[in-house]
Design a binder for this molecule. Sequence first.
Ligand code: DAH
Length: 330
Amino acid sequence: MAELNLDKIYSSFLLAIEDTDTLDKLIDIQKEFLGKNSVISEERKNIASLNDHDKKKYGQKIKEITENIVNDIESHKLKLVKAKYKNREEKEFTDITIDWFENTGTKEHIISSVMEEVVQIFSSIGYTVAHGPEAETSWHNFDALNTPIWHPARYESDTLYLDKKLDNLLRTQTSTVQVRHMQEKKPPIYIVSPGRVYRSDQLDSTHSPVFHQIEGLAVDDAISFTDLKGTLEFFVKEFFGKDIKTKFIPHFFPFTEPSAEVLVSWKDNNWLEILGCGMVDPNVFEKVGFKKGTQGFAFGVGVERLAMLRHNIDHIKNFYDNDLRFLRQF
Ligand code: DAH
């Protein structure tokens, strides 16, 4: 009989903690079942009146039930503490995980969209896109491009090298892709190559140690400087508008001969330089194993420069700050 009583007490304890949702309530229950004047301690008092056999048996049962209650209270306490922190966490922290597949309200970065636009213009006249690595060999970046060993662009103050022997570097120009492409393919070649380039430059309003270029290369039978002029004039008018005027002035690049810079007429009647170009130097063709007499032209344009001119952007760092107020304008 007495044991039945203990079972009942334990059942009513289980029922009581089941709905307990605060630590205070749990402490009250603990007192009610295990405290000084608790039901269990009342039961313990009854032991005295039992015979030796029942005393032992009943005492054992009380011990068991007490242990169960203590354990149950502990695990319920843990559950409540966890729930409390989880609750607080949910209230205090907003979920900042980005849903990569959500594309409403997103748009391309201005640098990507200018690159895309330039590529589109050239692909409309038959050019395809080629890519090359950003970590390059000095051979692809300089030697194959006919750049003499003493050329200042090779100085460690200008170029970011990847090893002490200066054999590997972060490419300083996308012209490297010309070389890689010609090593693999035969003429006719019509490619543009957009990508990131690196220089050991301090950040100022028009220079950044990382920026973007688009390289172009055309190699075909009897390609001449006239083709180069016509192609680049077409590009400039497509990009900046039909009224824009262009001017070609002589320049020097190790990998082209003759070389030129293209200037565009700007609002305030200034001529602004937008790209470098020229007829591919025969030494470059020789380096990639093309036969004597091969003809072609090449050009390289700075993407940031194009975007800055078109949108009147006064500092290059705007492109990399990722300030949404800036980026949303384009
Ligand atoms: N690579 C040159 C630079 O970074 C740009 C350039 C000029 C590319 C003339 C060419 C070229 O292909 O023919 O300044």
